[in-house]
Design a protein around this ligand. Structure first.
Ligand code: SF4
Length: 227
């Protein structure tokens, strides 16, 4: 598998925030979010080819109870099922972080789905050459429904502007997602932006019954890799 990094940290986002977890980050993504915070897995994918056996050995040596398979888009990694079967054999709790554009049947204790909003489309970046593909793929309601039916899940939205809230409402209505499964978190890779956006996003959470998530890793370490 093409792996960009494996590291031990605490989960920074969502319902398991703060839980010590080993992160396995696959490289490669079918989307190109304009604000992608891991461009080394999407815009300019890098990483090493590592066998599932070697990954599992490394994970086993770390000795964590929770694993997070993230990306990039892990659901398009050819060996992702083999990897998650191995993690299951090791007895780890498995979270998969996905944009929810591709369905696969695999062992997973929490499908952490982050559907991408209009604010993610790269209209200008690299001359807009990825905009059409991104826009065509980013929202796949039938895949979201499949994932929601097959797995324990959370829907985690990256919010940058107040208008995003109305878009989230439309999506949740369309796919039948209850507010209790919806988590909003601010877009941003520095503490000040997260704090400013967090103040009004928490108001939206109060109005709609959504949950707010910090981005703990950004608050603690800033825009640093491997933490
Ligand atoms: S889906 Fe995730 S990894 Fe892919 S471009 Fe968007 S933010 Fe980056």
């Amino acid at each position: 598998m093409k792996i960009s990094e494996i590291f031990y940290s605490v989960q920074g986002e969502g319902s398991l925030v703060g839980v010590p977890s080993v992160f396995i980050r696959t490289s490669g993504c079918n989307l190109r979010c304009v604000w992608c915070d891991t461009p080394y897995t999407s815009w300019a994918p890098e990483g090493d080819d590592i066998s599932v056996t070697a990954i599992l050995e490394k994970v086993s040596n770390i000795g964590a109870s929770h694993a997070v398979v993230t990306g990039g888009e892990p659901m398009i990694a050819p060996a992702v099922r083999e990897l998650t079967l191995g993690l299951q054999r090791l007895g780890l709790h498995i979270t998969i972080e996905t944009a929810g554009t591709v369905f696969a049947q695999l062992p997973c204790d929490l499908m952490s789905i982050s559907p991408k909003l209009i604010n993610s489309t790269p209209n200008e970046r690299e001359g807009g050459r990825w905009a059409a593909q991104h826009e065509r793929l980013r929202y796949q309601p039938h895949v979201l429904k499949q994932l929601m039916a097959a797995y324990p899940y959370q829907l985690k939205f990256v919010v940058a502007a107040w208008d995003d809230i109305a878009e989230i409402e439309v999506i949740c209505h369309e796919i039948g997602a209850p507010a209790r499964n919806v988590i909003l978190m601010p877009e941003g890779i520095d503490h000040k932006t997260l704090q400013q956006r967090g103040l009004w996003i928490t108001e939206a959470c109060k109005q709609h019954g959504y949950r707010f998530s910090p981005r703990l890793h950004v608050d603690l370490w800033g825009a640093k890799r491997g933490v």
